[in-house]
Design a binder for this molecule. Sequence first.
Ligand code: PMP
Ligand code: GLN
Length: 387
Amino acid sequence: LNRRLAEFGTTIFAEMSALALRTGSINLGQGFPDADGPEEVREAAVRALRDGRGNQYPPGPGVPELRTAVAAHQERFYGHLGLAYDPDTEVLVTAGATEAIAASLLALLEPGDEVIALEPYYDSYAACIAMAGGRRVPVTLHADPESATYRLDLDELRDAVTDDTRLILLNTPHNPTGTVLTRAELTAIAELAVERNLLVITDEVYEHLVFEGEHLPLASFPGMRDRTVTIGSAGKTFSFTGWKVGWVTAAPELVSAVRSAKQFLTFVSAGPFQYAVAEALALPDDYYTGLRDDLRAKRDILATGLADAGFQVFRPSGTYFITTDIRPLGETDGFAFCRALPERAGVVAIPNAVFYDHKDRGAPYVRFAFCKSVDLLEEAAGRLKRL
Ligand code: PMP
Ligand code: GLN
């Protein structure tokens, strides 16, 4: 393994899911729903397979049906904010958001460029920045025990920008903290990007999973339309994380750059699923609000269970995840705690320290996923209470 990748090892999600299997534990580690997405969307995939749509290499940018559906989705949910994309030149289908992140960084970074990312950050960010030869510059979202939320210090963000900063890699709603950046924060980020002439890659895969407040795409802020690469994913929005269908929306030059990298990573993304996701994106508003309301109720069940078990709960405004502080349980090391938890309680969780460069800042925090059945969440809460 080369020096660029040596520090990354095996992803925490693979490690912890294997541990869950080995110990027969309830897996609240890796974020995937335990119920598949809508039947009609599965049927759409079967139809595409049977009818021979997408069984051979689809077009590089994605099948036109899906690009059109992505553009229509952006217009439907964000048109009132002035956001619209041309399906032919401003949409690119990717193999999940993961490839969108990798291809965007590989396409847009020169070796040595600095990338600012909000810490704790999703694990693939650091590895992809490294593969692209960039240098990551973490800006910490600070845990605020008083309000039980995370806060972005805008002065720290501004101070992190140097002459070598090429781009900001943003994530809202934010994994693992569940933070949804506010209009004021996004306005400040947009002003900074314009002032310092930065690009922004914004990972908005949890755009529909916002329980309080509202998701505002960064691209809709003044001056951002043409300097922002926005990333979405069918995995989260339709509960098909195994299909690996994602997309990028951006100005034509940026999409074309990302496509240059994508064509040598996967060339194209799996065909039949693209047709099915095109149908999924057109589901009525009820579908989207139903998914959100269901997950909000699950968040509340797990949050209550974790608080009853003695954790300090940082209440997430969005995503699949609750971050907790384990210090009220007399624990300080999230890694040790998560490695022991399957034996002690039959539950698997993720130590947030893996998402930090400043490991000490992340040490006492542990993430639990609530995209699971109510029965499973209640069983997990019961087990944790016996800790
Ligand atoms: N970004 C974030 C913040 C995520 O949490 C995930 C996966 N859970 C991804 C990207 C990857 O998405 P995909 O499965 O579509 O590759
Ligand atoms: N994004 C999911 C999570 O944060 C996991 C995806 C993966 O396993 N790479 O849990």
